[in-house]
Every structure is written in C-alpha cells, then in structure tokens.
Design a protein around this ligand. Sequence first.
Ligand SMILES: CSC[C@@H](O)[C@@H](O)C(=O)COP(=O)(O)O
Length: 362
Amino acid sequence: MTQQLDQHTSTLVSVRWHEDTLELLDQRVLPGQIDYLKLTEVLHVWHGIHDLVVRGAPAIGIAAAYGVVLGTLNKQYADRNQWLNQVITDAEYLATARPTAVNLFWALDRMKLKAKALAESTCPIHDLSAELLLEAKAIHLEDEEVCRSIGEHALGLFHDGMGVLTHCNAGGLATARYGTALAPMYLAKERGINLKVYADETRPVLQGARLTAFELQQAGVDVTLICDNMAAMVMQKGLVQAVIVGTDRVAANGDVANKIGTYGLAVLAKAHNIPFYVACPVSTIDMDTPNGELIPIEERHESEITEAFGTRTAPSGIKVYNPAFDVTPNDYVTAIITEHGILKPPFHISLKELTTKLQHKP
Ligand SMILES: CSC[C@@H](O)[C@@H](O)C(=O)COP(=O)(O)O
C-alpha cells in the first residue's frame, strides 16, 4: 500500500481513515516493512491495539475512536437507541484492549458522550454514524495541534547543541503528528536548533530502536541509538543535559506511568543532576487516580522477553515477569509539559489548578 508521509515531520502517519475503513500502520514490522492494515471491524481494531499494530497513548485513543464508528457501519437499526447501544457495547469492548494508557478511555468516553447527544438530537438516524465520525476526526485533528503546542512549550527548555535522552517512542508514530516527547525535536529541526538525541532501544519490543530512531532519522534529526543499559554511562560522560519521555497516565499526584525502564532513567537522571521531563496532552492526566500505585500496569506475553523476533533467546520453561510500564514517583519529575504550558512541582497542586481551570473554560 502507498506510504503516507506526514507533510510537516516527514514521518509515516500511524492512523488514517479512508472510505469507511480504518488504516493502521503496522508498527510491529517497522522499520523493515511499511504496511498499512485495513480494518473494517471492531474486533480487528481491538486486536490492532492489543497486539501493538498501533501503540502510544494518543494513537491508541484515536484508533479506538474510529473503531467505535466502524462498529456502527453497515447495520440496520430499528431505532436510535439500538444505534446508541451498539456504540456503547463496542466502546466498552475496545476499552479492554489495553489497561494503562488513559487516553484510550478518555477517547472512548468522549465518543460515548457524543453518541448520546446525537441519539437525543434531531439528527436523522441514517446520518448518526457520519456525525459520530466527525467526532473521531476531531479527536484525531486536535491531537496534532495539541502535540505541536507541547513541542512549543518543551522547546523552551532546550538549547542549540544540547544532548537529550528519550525512551520508548513518544513521537509522530505514537500520536497524530509530532509526538509529545519528540515534538520539541521536530520543532527544533524546523528552526535550525540542533539537538543531539539519544534514543534508548527500549526492551523488550524495541520501540526506541524500531520507531524513535527510525522516525527521527527520517526527519533528519541527529539521533544516536543506545541500549537501555548504556543510559547511565551516557549521563556520566555528560552527553545529555536532559531526559524527556512521554507517558500513558499521570496520576493526580504527578506520579507517571510510562514504558518499562522509564523509572530507572528518572533515578539515573536525579543521580546525575539532569532534569527529567514528561511531555503529555491533558487527556493523559487522570485526576480520578490519586497516585501511581493505583495505575493498572499491563503485563504482556512472556514471548516478548524469551524470543527476539522469532528466535528463542531464553531457556524454555523459564519464569518470566513482563510488565509493559512502570511508575516514576513524582519527586523524580522536574516538570510535566502539556499543551497548556509547563507544570512544576508540587504536582498535586499544579495538576489540580490546570484541570480545574480547563473544566471551567466556556
Ligand atoms: C506519546 S506516547 C506516550 C506513551 O504511550 C509511550 O511513551 C509509551 O510508553 C508507549 O508504550 P507502547 O507499549 O508502545 O504503547
């Protein structure tokens, strides 16, 4: 299938909607293969999210929003309630695809809310799904703007020639465009500011090597790939002056869940007096979860650790522990960068102030 390059960042588009079909870039086979899967059923979208065809908190939410629309298509409805029930059933099902990224639930809640409003409106029954699609498209489009804005705020923390370490992939592939943690790198590139990015390869499924190194290299950003266990030495040698990562969920006290290995990096950053930044949209902040201990952490299949892309690398029968995320306590976080600006500790106050302000916005 034809590649679709993001005009602004020269990276591949991870999610697109075309003629009643959801097309997902298969991130499992990057960078070797560029393949879009065409999905027309909710079940396929669930698997796309669960199996990491699409991954990264905002991209998961976008894909799920389109998934809800897919579920309503090509069916006959006796009445609007039946249409609404279909939306609710599919949204609840898609919410079981992965547990940690709160953006999934945020996007599905938004789709359910819109569907309820539509079902209660005067919109003709045969137009309901088309109207609901507009909401999924809005979530998609807004994410682009949000990421660019995160990039603008984050860029102020960096200067020409600076070394920046990142983990996992919080780039264009994980969002609609730009990414969160990688957004300032794209904006720096646009403005002729040279950042030297170090990308952790990110065991076990190598989002750093396969995705971050790939998308930054494609965009012409100066990026160097390292193994996860090299981060300490990179810091010790003074090669990086900041760490920036994305997140799947920020608890109300500022504890941050992100790809496994993030917590270790935060501890290392503190030991080396290096700022540790977290970049995310407000939709990743979960004020209903008081602290990081209460964030559900996904555990994934043992084969991600015992096999390296089809080749067995551990003895059969070995016990395996494979949490996909860890929680960085808030006192390791220097700042949280959102589309609305930079939040500083104490996070239980700055997060509350921001989210309250946004609730009261007309
Ligand atoms: C902007 S993406 C932020 C996070 O979702 C990202 O850092 C991450 O941990 C992704 O994990 P993944 O398991 O690849 O979905």
